[in-house]
Design a protein around this ligand. Structure first.
Ligand code: GLC
Length: 813
């Protein structure tokens, strides 16, 4: 089970003062126990209990695509409780066929068949054509661990030929995890690299793909866990946790993108954020005092570099006491925030979990009075150091502590703060890295130790933060960003990838992490643009900005101790390009917001690695730099110094180079020019990209023309435009609209139709339709059947036509 075959011989060596014996937890020599042969079975609604000699398999049919496996040994199951599953999720009443013969039991839904071997309770999942998708090798087994006094629960499957593995949150190594082992134990990993593991987040969801079939496994277990994709033995894939029960969901595709959508049904989606949160954010550790923040804002506006949000890092606080202000640095935060707001800036503040032990500090006092802080197993409060010195830490697994934590945001919201940045919530401490294992937690009424609560701590802090802000935001949308996470975090927060560094390799890692987070249910993700540690040169910073324009969360952040990283701190030639790209983010905002809406309604990831869009092209599985933002935009960042072109894979289909309008046919590697002011950027044939004028911040002004950039189709392509107020919840009552544009090409007729659902009132009065890919001036333009040729302008192969926003059909010949 482990790389380190170390015999556990004496407890002194294996157990430190805090009970942290789990580093030497795994021992290959421990006896393995197996389910044994089937003795009896029973059925309760859509759930079967297969009782083996030594363990019971509970198989629940959640839908034709989702099966849940739980294993209980020693005669019992744990309480069926989960922080990850969306409380609104309901298993579906599912049609299936049950068959039994002497050796096997078969349960067949309309999509997959699960076969259970009576001799040993091993399972096999096949599609209805009989292709084996997943198959127990050793299957479920466990080891009793003498020193910890509990079990390690393991599931071992056959590694299928050419199987590839994706997902698992923010892992920084190769996108396809074949041949690797990964660990989930959220860690403050300052300056991490491609080989660092574990990192900050704990998302026990991965996807496998082989034989053109994709599936997902979500192991809903918060203990320290491991995923071995053929590293230990190249014929096996195993996943295991150091405690709890083996509980996993098999999620069928066969397309990987559908696996992700189904995982989102189970664990939830991001709700629409306030639109400003999709603008550009500027951060540094730390902007203070107030005059610096004001100057920063003024500089953005004077230089006409768009920006929506300024982040205040820990130095705004009074001695790092959360929910306080340093009155010398920020004498009147309310006034400052309000005046910044007048200039279009939102303010986000950082909040860490550590509460300074200081009996004169009101948060400390309330925490003590309410008994909300974590305790050691033998009674005393846990004390460990973070920024403010010795701290106590709320038990966010206690619903009362969460509710209390929520109330603390009243003051910040009242001061005008628009969003909250939760950090150090792995939880991180300076002495031992994290809490000792004996620390006690409530776990919503399932008392446990840190071993079980660690991996979910960050998510629950973010949850309390999000729920708290909502109470005071007067029907505005909340915004939370978190460094640590467990599965399901997307219901409460966005995430960033933590303390990366300023290097080209780290730009590539950031791109992989953001794609992987998106594939793991967390679309609203971004990296510290330019790298947190160190200082990028102008070229690296520019290339990173160009990439991050197309990542959902877009923020420059830096540790501040290695020089400045505001856009204007680089040489003039870079400033202009950075400005142009940040402006571009604002121009494509209608598309970005629509893509977010698609995620929040369907669960589709906003960023999509190539294999999610072109799952039947084997080449797409080996590419990790190219990615899609939404349905139609394909990007491949420049990730090397001094490059003015790069090779990339253009997937099957027809594509338009955004910069040159060149039409290209895919399924091949191409070389693309990318001078410093361009990133390789392509739009799918038939795609329509809604664009607005550039602005300095979201909703800076009302505009009267919305541009629709349309690219000549091949066959039929649909595009969407989702609109609402960009804040508030009226959209849930119907104050929204969805426009569907259908582009079709038949012979030389290019037809675009528009269907509108909903009647949200937009500010613009007309569309400017820009048609790309037209080789010559058109001979006829029919709008709702009437000739309007004179209203079009044709230049440089782009035809521009003004259209009423309620047009239904236009045909260009
Ligand atoms: C952590 C965070 C970083 C932040 C710093 C100070 O290192 O990851 O983003 O700036 O703490 O709060």
């Amino acid at each position: 089970m482990s790389d380190t075959v170390e015999e556990i011989q004496n407890t002194e060596e294996t157990q430190d003062f805090s009970g942290n014996y789990i580093d030497k937890f795994e021992d290959k020599n421990l006896e393995e126990f197996f389910c044994g042969k089937l003795e009896s079975w029973e059925k309760i609604e859509n759930t079967f209990l297969f009782h083996g000699e030594n363990a019971t398999l509970e198989l629940a049919i959640f839908s034709s695509h989702i099966l849940r496996f739980r294993y209980g040994h020693d005669g019992y199951f744990e309480d069926d409780f989960s922080y990850a599953i969306d409380p609104n999720y309901q298993p579906q009443d599912t049609h299936y066929i049950f068959e039994e013969d002497e050796d096997l039991i078969s349960i067949k839904t309309d999509v997959v068949e699960c076969v259970i071997n009576k001799a040993d309770l091993k399972t096999k999942i096949k599609d209805l054509k009989g292709t084996v998708i997943q198959e127990d090798e050793k299957g479920y087994h466990w080891q009793d661990h003498k020193y910890y006094g509990g079990t390690i629960n393991i599931s071992t499957k056959v590694l299928q030929p050419y199987e590839k593995f994706f997902g698992l949150g923010d892992k920084s190594g190769r996108l396809n995890m074949i041949g690797q082992r990964k660990e989930l134990w959220g860690t403050d990993c300052y300056g991490y690299g491609a080989d660092t593991d574990p990192v900050y987040k704990n998302i026990p969801f991965f996807m496998g793909q082989h034989s053109k079939i994709g599936y997902g496994i979500f192991m809903d277990n918060t203990f320290r866990s491991f995923f071995d994709f053929g590293k230990e033995r190249n014929e096996a894939c195993s996943y295991w946790a150091q405690g709890g029960e083996m509980r996993y969901y098999y999620i069928h595709g066969p397309k990987l993108i559908d696996v992700i959508k189904r995982y989102a049904e189970l664990t939830g989606k991001h709700a629409l954020p306030p639109k400003w949160a999709l603008g550009y954010h500027q951060s540094k550790w730390s902007y203070y005092p107030e005059s610096v923040v004001r100057e920063l804002g003024a500089e953005f506006r004077t230089r006409k570099i768009p920006c929506d949000v300024i982040h205040l890092d820990i130095d705004y606080m009074d001695g790092f006491r959360c929910f306080t202000w340093d009155k010398d640095r920020f004498p009147d935060p309310k006034k400052m925030i309000s005046e910044m707001k007048d200039d279009g800036f939102k303010t986000i503040v950082i909040i860490d979990p550590g509460i300074k032990v200081d009996k004169k500090y009101w948060v400390y006092q309330q925490g003590m009075e309410g008994d909300y802080f974590c305790k050691r197993m033998d009674g005393p409060l846990l004390k460990a150091s973070v920024w403010p010195g010795l701290c106590h830490f709320p038990d966010f697994t206690n619903p009362e502590a969460r509710a209390w934590w929520g109330t603390l945001y009243e003051g910040l919201v009242e001061t005008g703060v628009d969003g909250v940045w939760n950090d150090m919530n792995e939880p991180a401490t300076f002495e031992e890295g994290t809490f000792p294992n004996d620390v006690r937690f409530d776990f919503d009424g399932h008392p446990c130790s840190h071993r079980k609560a660690h991996n979910v701590y960050g998510s629950l802090m973010a949850r309390a933060t999000s729920e708290g802000q909502k109470m005071f935001l007067d029907n505005k949308r909340d915004f939370t960003i978190s460094r640590s996470a467990y599965a399901g975090i997307q219901r409460y927060a966005s995430v960033w990838t933590g303390d990366n560094s300023a290097s080209w390799e780290q730009l590539r890692i950031a791109n992989i992490q953001c794609q992987r987070l998106n594939a793991s249910g967390i679309s609203f993700a971004g990296s510290d643009v330019g790298g947190f540690i160190g200082s990028p040169d102008g070229e690296l910073y520019t290339r990173w900005v160009q990439m991050a324009v197309f990542h959902p969360f877009f923020r420059t952040h830096s540790s501040g101790d290695h020089g400045d990283k505001e856009p204007w701190t680089f040489e003039e030639k870079y400033i202009d390009i950075v400005r142009k790209f940040i402006e571009m983010r604002y121009e494509i905002l209608p598309y970005v917001y629509t893509t977010f809406w698609q995620h929040s309604t369907t669960g589709a990831p906003m960023l999509r690695s190539l294999h999610l869009e072109v799952h039947d092209d084997p080449e797409s599985f080996f590419r990790e730099e190219e990615f899609f933002l939404g349905d139609h935009i394909l990007v491949c960042p420049i990730s090397e110094a001094e490059a003015t072109s790069r090779r990339m894979y253009l997937p099957q289909g027809v594509w338009f180079n955004y910069w040159t309008n060149e039409e290209l046919t895919g399924k091949k590697e191409i070389k693309v020019k990318a001078p410093l002011d361009q990133i390789p950027l392509f739009v799918r044939a038939g795609g329509i990209i809604p664009m607005q004028p550039k602005m300095q911040y979201v909703d800076e002004f009302e505009f009267d023309t919305l541009t629709l950039k349309a690219y000549k189709p091949v066959g039929t392509t649909e595009s969407y435009l989702y609109e609402d107020k960009g804040d508030g919840y009226e959209y849930t009552q119907g104050d929204q609209s969805v426009k569907t544009f259908i582009a079709e090409l038949e012979a030389d007729k290019w037809k675009i139709t528009q269907k509108v659902k909903g009647d949200f009132e937009v500010c613009y009065k007309k569309y400017e339709l820009k048609l790309h890919g037209i080789e010559q001036a058109p001979t006829s333009i029919l709008l709702e059947g009437e000739e309007v040729i004179k209203k079009g302008r044709y230049a440089k192969k782009v035809l521009t036509i003004e259209l009423p926003i309620d047009f239904k059909e236009i045909i260009i010949t």
